[in-house]
Design a binder for this molecule. Structure first.
Ligand code: PLP
Length: 731
């Protein structure tokens, strides 16, 4: 892999032996399947789907698996089908053009910076369900970050982990408790391949820990023009317990965590060095990755820089993003663990134990642990939170790291998260926008003026498209339930909860996200009688679909699921509450595309940003949310509803009571009447206006296109400019 004018040149992928059934004329299907670009290009998706519709469904849209299982007869018939070949050639042309164009936003905007590289480190990447190395919002954001970097031509390389057993699947037992199980990860079915050195050998690196050596194998993933390197400790040379180090995402105890983070940060730098890459900017996405600053400090010391200058050099080239105000989301390792693993490292840095520990502790306080976020804040020159509100919260929360600086001047800025539009748009909506906004709308989706044309979409057409997506969602829910039933994984009492009795005509609310307690999934249940009245109104029924996983070690989160599930099974609610199992990227799309309203009820100010509401809004689904995270800046008064006041109430019970009251009131007096106010033709005109306003006001502002331009212009380009200046200066 190399870099040329902002284009990462990625090596071609040979066809493996066991795919001999694929005729040579179709061999580039294998290459397409190994570049996740296909997942946000509708023509490529359609190409794979037409190869074998059943396999497409059975593999949950995994083209690598589909090609491996494709029958030789079908492969041959496709290779002689002129219509298929025409589509195939057309897709290849689009792909090759996409991969090689030098006329990108980045090249136009920053022509002097095209030889620079940005390294992006994250513990999780949510790119596609066929690569299960994410758990929730953070991962989806990292995935969208890479996809958009590719679209804009930003020269970025990602570093993370392959978690061979990392993904837990969710099953809810008939008594309503979440059970976690994992299916073995089959590397051959995933869009990954071993990363190779220029001499053709498999790339592995070593990390030395507490007297032993850990060997790390490296895999490569193509995300359009972005290369992503995933580390994996499951190699023969390692002791059995070390092979397990990267087995699971956020598994194990603190010792497991520190080892994983050492490998991510320190091993990750070594992976890039082994590949001969010299990034100008190093972006630690969340505290998990901030050990990368220590490895770079070591490199600078090794090159002979005095300690203070080494720190300055690392800071000048490091970007750090913090993602949550929830205290448990910040790793802090006890000093004894730090000493266990970093004593030899400390010697390489040639600094005292105290000076070393100070890197992860704030000055003037008596911290008792080494905090990964504090390390990130102190060792980076560019720091940000992920929404305007979160920026304020982070400046307050971390102000103690800068004891002499007034809160509003604490050097943490904010860049509000967004979503990757081509990934999250429903195909039906994409076509509708193409018809009324222009066939090039995807390329121009961050242009506010473009979205004024949303007014041109006729009511009936917008409504019919939405209803089609709603039917698709209910169809998906039924199919999943049927499958579970056939497999004997569901008992009769669970039918009610599974969503098979949902009413396609009823106002349908969606609530899907991780079951972290601050998200308050049960807020809607504070007054069950009032909720029942609302749901059971025979003229204006309301139903709600829940989905989401709790971390297997989070007993509170599991208890929340239990509460939701109990009500979903309760005949008193008559199938108006559903719980859809196994919330992942795949299920998320159906929900986001197909519900009528998207609900979010976090306890402020703990929702750093939240992105699922942005995905729903892209598809015309209005947002009903507490004023927290992105909604503080997204809500205009006409594009959804804001629950309660943004102020934080120190008494959580009082806050819950007030917020629940506000939520019921908005549902009863605003959401339900607007939805059911129909014309003679059955079309809800007022509702459609709100759908249009949702799309118009939200899409161009809360997309990763805007977000990545901000990251580039406000952070990356500044760091690159500084490094170019210091390189030009005689030393
Ligand atoms: C978008 C998304 C999330 C994050 O949603 P939030 O609203 O930020 O909680 C989590 N999981 C999946 C599968 C998603 O698609």
């Amino acid at each position: 892999m190399s870099i040329n004018k902002g284009v990462l040149l990625i090596d071609p992928i040979p066809l493996p032996q066991n795919l001999a059934h694929l005729p040579p004329s179709l061999s580039r299907l294998w290459e397409l399947a190994h570049n996740l670009w296909w997942s946000w290009n509708p023509d490529t998706r359609a190409l794979f789907e037409t190869l074998d519709r059943t396999l497409w469904k059975l593999t949950s849209h995994n083209p690598v698996k589909l090609l491996r299982q494709l029958s030789p007869e079908r492969a041959v018939s496709a290779s002689t089908d002129p219509a298929f070949l025409r589509d195939y050639e057309s897709v290849l042309l689009t792909f090759d053009t996409y991969m090689t164009t030098v006329d990108t936003w980045f090249v136009r905007q920053h022509p002097e910076m095209t030889e620079n590289l940005i390294a992006y480190f994250s513990a999780e990447f949510g790119l596609h369900q066929s690569l299960p190395i994410y758990s929730g919002g953070l991962g989806i954001l990292s995935g969208d970050h890479c996809k958009e970097a590719s679209d804009l031509g930003i020269p970025l390389v990602g570093v993370g982990f392959l978690y061979p057993q990392g993904y837990f699947h969710q099953h809810i037992s008939s008594d309503g408790w979440q059970h976690a199980w994992s299916v073995p990860f089959i590397a051959a079915d995933a869009p990954i391949r071993p990363a190779l050195l220029p001499n053709g050998e498999r790339l592995t690196i070593q990390v030395h820990l507490d007297g032993r050596t850990i060997h790390v194998a490296v895999w490569q993933v193509h995300v359009g023009r972005v290369a992503l390197y995933l580390m994996d400790t499951d190699v023969e040379a390692n002791a059995p317990w070390d092979r397990e180090l990267s087995a699971r995402l956020y598994g194990g105890d603190q010792e497991m965590r520190i080892l994983q983070e050492i490998i991510l940060g320190i091993g990750g730098v070594r992976v890039l060095r082994a590949l001969g890459l010299q990034p100008t900017v190093w972006h630690a996405n969340e505290g998990h990755a901030t050990f990368l600053t220590l490895e770079r400090l070591r490199e600078c010391r090794h090159a002979g820089l005095p300690f203070d200058q080494a720190v300055e050099a690392v800071k000048a080239s490091t970007v750090f993003t913090t993602h949550t105000p929830v205290p448990a989301g910040h790793d802090a390792f006890p000093f004894h663990l730090m000493e266990k693993y970093f004593t030899p490292f400390c010697e390489l840095l040639q600094i005292s134990r105290e000076d070393f520990l100070r890197l992860g502790c704030s000055p003037g306080t008596v911290d008792t642990a080494f905090n990964m976020t504090v390390l990130g804040l102190q060792m980076s020159g560019y720091r940000n939170g992920v929404s305007r509100r979160h920026g304020e919260v982070a400046r307050r929360m971390w102000g103690y790291v800068w004891p002499d600086v007034p809160e509003e001047q604490v050097p943490i800025t904010s860049i509000t998260n967004g979503i990757h539009v081509p990934t999250w748009i429903a195909p039906e909506m994409r076509q509708l926008y193409a018809k009324y906004l222009g066939p090039d709308w995807v390329a121009r989706h961050d242009d506010h003026a473009l979205w004024e044309r949303i007014a041109d979409i006729p009511d009936q057409e917008l409504w019919n498209t939405h209803l089609a997506l709603k039917r698709k969602l209910l169809g998906y829910i039924n199919e999943e339930a049927r499958l579970r039933w056939i497999q004997g994984k569901m008992d009769p009492a669970q039918i009610l909860a599974s969503g098979t009795l949902l009413d396609p005509e009823a106002l349908t609310i969606g609530f899907a996200r991780r079951f972290a307690t601050y998200k308050r999934a049960t807020l809607l249940f504070r007054d069950l009688e009032r909720l029942k009245r609302l749901m059971h109104d025979p003229w204006r029924p309301v139903q709600i679909i829940f989905a989401g996983k709790a971390h297997p070690a989070d007993e509170h989160g599991k208890y929340f699921i239990h509460q939701v599930y109990s009500l979903a099974k309760d005949h008193g609610f008559g199938g108006h509450i559903a719980f859809v199992e196994e919330y992942d990227l795949h299920t998320a799309k159906y929900l986001i595309h197909g519900v009528d309203v998207w609900l979010n009820t976090p306890r402020p100010p703990q929702e750093a940003c939240g992105t699922s509401g942005q995905k729903a809004a892209l598809n015309g689904v209005p947002h009903l949310s507490i004023l927290d995270g992105w909604w503080v800046e997204g809500y205009t008064g006409a594009n959804g509803w804001a629950i309660g006041r943004p102020e934080f109430d120190p008494d959580p019970n009082a806050q819950d009571a007030a917020d629940a009251e506000a939520l019921y009131r908005i549902l009863e007096q605003e959401v339900v009447p607007l939805y059911y106010n129909r014309d003679r033709d059955g079309v809800p005109r007022g509702w459609l206006n709100m759908m249009r306003e949702t799309i118009r006001s939200i899409v161009p502002r809360f997309c990763t296109r805007r977000m990545m331009r901000d990251y580039t212009d406000l952070l990356y380009a500044k760091a690159i400019a500084q490094s170019l200046r210091s390189a030009g200066r005689p030393s």
